[in-house]
Write a protein of this length. Structure first.
Length: 394
């Protein structure tokens, strides 16, 4: 016998399951038993499961930030498979991506945030990293390999502010949800094993972190010694913070494919790459938790330089070494000072014409207000003069 019927879902009243099942008169389960089982199975598939194979109902969040003009927007466009020239990001921009896990199923969503301006607008980190997003958050810090004289300063500023904000949010959430820290630690242990030999010397982020070295096409033409210092320094930073390190260039399709796989893992939990490349003469790719301080080696400081420096912590020693080879320059933020409302790349004729009209109306109102204020002032002065004359006549 073929039975076709609709079953209302008490959990989600907007969804109705259509169930078509065959059954026989001597079946051990009734039609309703089978229907309830089917409904429960469908509900379970729509929820985020503990092993992280599915995206939660609110989706995932991937936050891109880093060096100015480093190619963050290009990286996002490549992941979303959009064939368009990205415009410079003025402040904080939002995009989203979707993918379907199968026919007639709810699509998974990833929320993509991009912070422009390098280190200039890092206060906006608080807008993205919130109690609502912390459980589903992944962070991608993009550093410009072609500008090593800005690399350490940019990385240090952004990573420190991210770490402080994450700790602040976790502490805030812990007051209401004591399980948040245990959950994030559990996820961290999947990225960096608890028995990792370097665990005691690491300061891993509680959320997934990726450091992307962009513009590899320029970097690969650097002197080999420079490439070695840059790659080892970034390996040290990434390993200390429990991050994946990957080099990228929009001009290399194999690196684009790698980057798409990496972001797909963060956004939709696609399988992560097992490739491990530490040779500074090749595009670096070191998944989180797979590096070793012993393999990275010591900071490139001579005995004489080591004797002169007051640094003793590994992080400070690497900073001292890197900045001696690449003195850090002040990072210019000239493009941030521009008014985006008059920038030609953001032209919107309807809105711009309306803005011009409103500016004219505002200027007209300002002039009228100033004229009325002058008239009131003159009236008061005349009143005072008249009063004074009248008093003098008595």
């Amino acid at each position: 016998m073929l039975a076709t019927f609709f079953l209302s879902n008490d959990v989600d009243k907007h969804r109705i399951l259509l169930i078509r099942i065959w059954f026989t008169s001597n079946s051990e389960k009734t039609l309703w038993d089978i229907a309830i089982m089917e409904r429960n199975r469908a509900e379970q598939e729509s929820k985020e499961v503990s092993d992280g194979n599915n995206v939660g109902s609110d989706g995932t969040n991937v936050f891109f930030l880093g060096s100015k003009n480093s190619g963050k927007s290009s990286l996002i466009m490549r992941f979303l498979d959009r064939d368009e020239n990205p415009k410079p990001t003025v402040a904080l921009e939002y995009l989203f991506g979707r993918r379907s896990r199968g026919a007639n199923t709810v699509k998974d969503v990833t929320h993509i945030w991009e912070l422009g301006g390098g280190t200039f607008l890092t206060k906006l980190i608080d807008t993205v990293l919130t109690p609502r997003t912390i459980r589903s958050m992944s962070i991608v810090v993009v550093v410009d390999l072609s500008k090593p004289n800005e690399l350490w300063k940019t990385s240090e500023t952004i990573l420190n502010q991210l770490k402080n904000r994450i700790n602040q949010v976790v502490n805030e959430v812990s007051g209401k949800d004591s399980s948040i820290h245990d959950y994030l630690k559990q996820q961290l242990n999947k990225r960096v094993n608890e028995d990792h030999p370097d665990k005691a010397m690491m300061e891993p982020f509680l959320v997934p972190l990726v450091i992307v070295g962009s513009k590899y096409d320029v970097y690969q033409d650097f002197d080999p010694e420079k490439r070695k210092i840059i790659s080892k320094t970034l390996r040290f930073l990434a390993h200390t913070y429990g991050a994946t390190l990957q080099f990228f260039s929009t001009k290399n399709e194999s690196l684009v494919a790698r980057a798409r796989q990496l972001i797909g893992n963060l956004a939709f939990h696609f399988p992560s790459s097992k490739t491990n490349v530490t040779d500074h003469n090749k595009p670096i790719l070191v998944p989180a938790g797979t590096d070793l301080f012993s393999q990275i080696g010591a900071p490139p400081l001579s005995d004489e330089q080591l004797g002169k420096t007051s640094a003793r912590r590994p992080m400070d020693l690497w900073k001292s070494a890197f900045c001696q080879y690449f003195p850090q320059e002040t990072i210019a933020n000239s493009n941030i000072s521009k008014n985006p409302a008059v920038d030609s790349q953001y032209v919107e004729s309807i809105i711009d014409n309306m803005r011009i009209q409103k500016d004219k109306e505002l200027e007209q109102y300002r002039r009228q207000s100033e004229r009325k204020a002058k008239e009131r002032k003159m009236a008061r002065e005349n009143e005072i003069m008249t009063s004074t004359r009248s008093g003098g006549g008595r």
